[in-house]
Write a protein that binds this ligand. Structure first.
Ligand SMILES: [Zn+2]
Ligand SMILES: [Zn+2]
Length: 171
């Protein structure tokens, strides 16, 4: 998938020129973080500003996604909104940052693909262990009962009404 932004106008206008883009896309349908999959349940929306800084074009802005994933505690599907901010610098010539990582390049087409940028911004904010509710009780590890829905008896190690309940104290 790619989402191309044409930078021709901001480059032609010279240093200081800027371009604001506010749009949405259905190009990104899902992404994964480790074992966890996030599905986009609505088009991704983004607002980005591109500024001509002479030898490079700086991009910054924000992205919003409505996602669906699985609660790691109780395994139910749930939807949630995710917001992230992003910032990137695109150079005309190969350039590396202080860690030796190359910055993205603006090639002769003067179009850049912002899809990787949006995806990475979402990954930064995406939860490693999504939980449908901070109070989620999860599933009983013994019987599998969804403890949000009902209780089970596994939690009480020894039922005090059980005929052998006092045996534990004698041992
Ligand atoms: Zn849950
Ligand atoms: Zn149980």
């Amino acid at each position: 998938m790619s989402i191309l932004i044409d930078l021709r106008s901001v480059i032609d206008e010279g240093v200081g020129a800027s371009l604001s883009v506010k749009d949405s896309t259905s190009e990104l349908t899902k992404f994964g973080l480790g074992d966890i999959d996030f599905c986009c349940v609505a088009p991704l929306s983004y607002e980005l500003d591109f500024i001509n800084a002479g030898e490079c074009v700086q991009a910054n802005g924000k992205v919003h996604a409505d996602l669906s994933t699985v609660c790691v505690r109780c395994l139910r599907d749930f939807d949630f909104g995710l917001d992230s901010e992003l910032e990137e610098t695109f150079f005309f010539k190969p350039t590396e940052d202080e860690h030796g990582e190359p910055y993205p390049i603006i090639d002769d087409s003067l179009k850049i693909d912002i899809a990787p940028l949006l995806r990475e911004a979402l990954l930064v904010e995406a939860p490693f262990a999504p939980i449908h509710d901070s109070d989620c009780q999860g599933l009983c590890v013994k019987c599998g009962t969804d403890l949000n829905e009902s209780d089970c008896d596994c939690g009480d190690e020894v039922d005090s009404n059980h005929p052998f309940a006092n045996l534990k104290d004698l041992i």
